[in-house]
Design a protein around this ligand. Structure first.
Ligand SMILES: N[C@@H](CCC(=O)N[C@@H](CS)C(=O)NCC(=O)O)C(=O)O
Length: 232
């Protein structure tokens, strides 16, 4: 029998958190190698398992899978969370890519200059409530089902709950104008595997704090002005 998947990342949400959510929703137990220092990360790079010398990396089914989207697609397909046909997959892709755009803004927010923090926060909330949430609200309304795509749980539902909770951490009433999303949040949060993942003590990571942010910058040698390094 294959062992548990092993996730390689630092001790924060970053690009790995959606992978944690998806595995939890699929009911798959996993181990984590969370590096704390640049040296630990360098040793992993030297070990040659990282195709692009980058993480996230997930070791599963005899592969060292890198590139966040590739990891998520593999898990979604393997555990039947990726629609029943190509058309459903196209919709799941469109939804999760929008969510990824919003997620990236939140992930990069800590890099804001102090004088830009408030402006950037307002921008994230405006994008969430005026561009992205209306799409998912309408999809749930038009579709009339409990899920975003088809009539079963998919990767899109899992990632939607993840991003809703992230936006609510910024503004607790962010869903006030979205009744369908409120129902959706309540419904999906109650699924036993999700409920378990939302409990304290699970492998879900908290929002990044100053200490972990500084640690991540050191581990990945992120220089503030190197714009290209933030793009991938
Ligand atoms: N497109 C890649 C980007 C991966 C990436 O930028 N990873 C960062 C950590 S979040 C990293 O490993 N940085 C070190 C480096 O690029 O040298 C993905 O989505 O997985």
């Amino acid at each position: 029998m294959a062992g548990k998947p092993k996730l390689y990342y630092f001790n924060g949400r970053g690009r790995m958190e959606s992978v944690r959510w998806l595995l939890a929703a699929a009911g798959v137990e996993y181990e984590e190698k969370l590096f704390k220092t640049a040296e630990e990360f360098e040793n992993l790079v030297k070990g040659g398992k990282l195709m692009y010398q980058q993480v996230p990396m997930v070791e599963m089914d005899g592969m060292c899978i890198v590139q966040t989207r590739a990891i998520l697609k593999y898990i979604a397909a393997k555990y039947d969370l990726y629609g029943k046909d190509l058309k459903e997959r196209a919709f799941i892709d469109m939804y999760v890519e929008g969510m990824r755009d919003l997620n990236d803004m939140i992930m990069f927010f800590p890099f804001s200059l102090p004088e830009e923090k408030q402006k950037n926060l307002s921008y994230i909330l405006e994008r969430a409530t005026e561009r992205f949430f209306p799409v998912y609200e309408k999809a749930l309304k038009d579709h009339g089902k409990n899920y975003l795509v088809g009539n079963q749980l998919s990767w899109a539902d899992i990632q939607l709950l993840e991003i809703i909770l992230m936006v609510e951490e910024i503004k607790s009433d962010a869903l006030s104008a979205f009744p369908k999303l409120q129902e959706f949040k309540a419904r999906i949060s109650k699924l036993p595997r999700i409920q378990k993942f939302l409990q304290p003590g699970s492998q879900r990571k908290p929002p990044i704090d100053e200490k972990e942010f500084e640690a991540a910058k050191k581990i990945f040698k992120i220089d503030k002005d190197l714009f290209l390094k933030h793009m991938s």
